[in-house]
Design a binder for this molecule. Structure first.
Ligand code: 5GP
Length: 235
C-alpha cells in the first residue's frame, strides 16, 4: 500500500500503474465527522469508472484505466498536485459562506472555476490562480489548461446529468503529473465529490450527511444517482 486517505487506499501495481480501492468510510467537515457506510465504496468506484470512461470517450484525457466491477479501479500513476479545483454552476456551499449575497441555488452567469489548497488543517482555503503560479504548484499555461479542461468536464457532466433529469450544482476535481511531468485529470468523480439535485430538489450526493443525516440516506442517495445514470451496481 502506498497511501491511505479518508475514502481510498492506493496500492502500487507497477512503475506506471496504481490500484485505487474505494473504502466504505464517509467523512465530512474535513474529517471531523466520520462513519462507516457499507456499500459506499462500490457505488463510488462504479460512478468514478462510469464518469471517467465517459470523459475519455469525449476526448478528455484522465488517469482511468480499468474497473474490476467492485470497489477497485486501476489508474495511471501520477504525482498529485495538492489543489482542489471546484467548478460551480449555481451558488451553494462555501461560495455562499464566503459571499452571503447569493441566494442558495442562484444560477451563475458563467460557470466558476476555483482553486483551493488541499489542507484539512487550513480547511482547504480558496487561493488565487496567481497563488498557484507564484507558489510553483503549476505554471501559468498549466493553470489555463486546468481551467479549460475543468470547464469541458463541466459541459460533459452537465449534459449527461440533465439527460437524466438531474441538475449539476458543483463538483471537485484533482490533477496529477505523469512521468513526463504532464498534468492529467485524476482522483474520483462520485457522490462524494459532486452536488446533484433531482427535479424535486432532493440531493443525490453527500450533502445530507454533511448536514448531520445518517449513512442509510447517504447510500440511498448514491444508489439513486447510479440508477438514474444507468450505472449497474448492486449494493
Ligand atoms: P464547497 O466548496 O461548496 O464546500 O464544495 C463545492 C463542491 O466541491 C461540492 O460538490 C463538494 O462535494 C466538492 N468538494 C469540496 N471540497 C471537497 C473535499 O474536501 N472533498 C470532497 N470529496 N469534495 C469536496
Amino acid at each position: 500500500m502506498m497511501y491511505e486517505g479518508k475514502s481510498k487506499r492506493v496500492y502500487v501495481k507497477n512503475s506506471n500503474t496504481l490500484i485505487m480501492e474505494f473504502k466504505d468510510t464517509v467523512t465530512a467537515l474535513d474529517g471531523a465527522r466520520i462513519a462507516e457506510a457499507p456499500g459506499k465504496g462500490i457505488l463510488n468506484a462504479a460512478l468514478t469508472a462510469y464518469f471517467f470512461d465517459m470523459l475519455k470517450k469525449e476526448g478528455i484525457e484522465n488517469h482511468f484505466m480499468d474497473y474490476d466491477g467492485c470497489r477497485v479501479i486501476t489508474v495511471k500513476k501520477l504525482n498529485m498536485v495538492p489543489i482542489e479545483v471546484i467548478v460551480r454552476n449555481y451558488a451553494y456551499g462555501s461560495l455562499i459562506k464566503r459571499l452571503p449575497l447569493f441566494k442558495p441555488l442562484t444560477k451563475l452567469t458563467t460557470p466558476l472555476v476555483e482553486f483551493h489548497y488541499k489542507s484539512d488543517e487550513l480547511h482547504d482555503p480558496l487561493i488565487l490562480p496567481e497563488d498557484v503560479v507564484n507558489s510553483g504548484l503549476m505554471s501559468l499555461d498549466e493553470v489555463k489548461y486546468v481551467i479549460l479542461t475543468s470547464l469541458r468536464v463541466n459541459e460533459v457532466l452537465t449534459r449527461r446529468l440533465s439527460e437524466c433529469g438531474l441538475r449539476l450544482i458543483d463538483f471537485k476535481l484533482e490533477y496529477g503529473r505523469d512521468l513526463n511531468n504532464k498534468l492529467v485529470l485524476a482522483d474520483e468523480i462520485s457522490g462524494d465529490t459532486i452536488r446533484v439535485l433531482d427535479s424535486d430538489g432532493r440531493h443525490l450526493d453527500k450533502e445530507l450527511f454533511r448536514r448531520g443525516g445518517g449513512v442509510d440516506d447517504l447510500i440511498k442517495a448514491y444508489a439513486l444517482l447510479a440508477q438514474r445514470l444507468g450505472v449497474n451496481v448492486t449494493v
